[in-house]
Ligand binder design. Structure first.
Ligand code: ATP
Length: 234
């Protein structure tokens, strides 16, 4: 049994269907990349996994249990953290307060959790008292990931973690993702940066206009020209 199983889900916004029969799985300990062009359905897939949307048909199972109809908080309580696209940090609150909010369901062991996040992202410790809104884009992205880690998830869902960052920060973020995985957290990441995503991932899926069009090991996908073509809408 995989840690996460997305089984033939159809998802719609109102009566506009955007996912058709999407299936994917993530095993414990893996990093899996979900790749695809703008509007292909990557964010919608993550939102369905984390309880922001419910599938019309099909099932999402986590540790074998159906979670497709659970609200977001219940999914988080089961050990899934979602870092949304666009680094939604609380700009008026301090870095530390933002991190503490990530542990809102269970505040035990707060200092150890903070230590782990600071160990991965030392800049956040240096800026712990600073208002989050004054951080650079890259630092805000680190804060968003750090906040996700504060709930001590077994599965971390990352939506476009590298989008809009300077190349040097992109490297930092992917290095952090690698480390988070090495330390035992399973990762499902959504990316437009094919190269870096396949560098850190074990396996990947390509989604094209709401349907999975390709899947394979990261090595297989890195050599498959159809992956890049699907980004160009070809
Ligand atoms: P991006 O990288 O641009 O976020 P994506 O692959 O994550 O792309 P989604 O955001 O999942 O794609 O969007 C899939 C489809 O659903 C697109 O056609 C999009 O226009 C549509 N869509 C997304 N959000 C909504 C919404 N709230 N209401 C209606 N349609 C939506």
């Amino acid at each position: 049994m995989s840690l996460l199983e997305v089984d033939s889900i159809d998802v719609a916004y109102g009566n506009v269907q955007v996912l058709w029969d999407v299936s994917l799985s993530v095993d414990k300990g893996e990093t899996v990349a979900l790749l695809g062009a703008n509007g292909a359905g990557k964010t919608t897939t993550l939102k369905t996994i984390c309880g922001d949307l419910s599938p019309m048909d099909g099932e999402v199972r986590y540790k074998g249990e159906s979670i497709g109809d659970l609200p977001h908080e219940d999914v988080v309580a089961k050990g899934v953290a979602h870092v949304p696209e666009g680094r939604e940090v609380f700009t008026e609150s301090s870095v530390r307060e933002n991190l503490e909010l990530g542990a809102y369901l269970d505040r035990s062991g707060m200092d150890e959790r903070l230590e782990r996040v600071y160990d991965i992202f030392p800049r956040l410790e240096e800026r712990a008292k600073q208002q989050a809104g004054t951080l650079s884009g890259g630092e805000q992205q680190m804060l968003a990931i750090g906040r996700g880690l504060m709930s001590e998830p077994d599965l971390l869902l990352l939506d476009e973690a590298s989008l809009g960052l300077a190349p040097v920060l992109v490297d930092d973020v992917f290095e952090a993702i690698q480390r988070i995985n090495d330390e035992g957290t399973t990762v499902l990441l959504v990316e437009q940066d094919i190269y870096n995503a396949l560098r850190v991932a074990d396996r990947g899926y390509v989604i094209k206009t709401g349907e999975i069009s390709l899947s394979g090991t990261a090595e297989e996908l890195a050599q498959d020209k159809r992956v890049e073509e699907s980004y160009l809408g070809a």
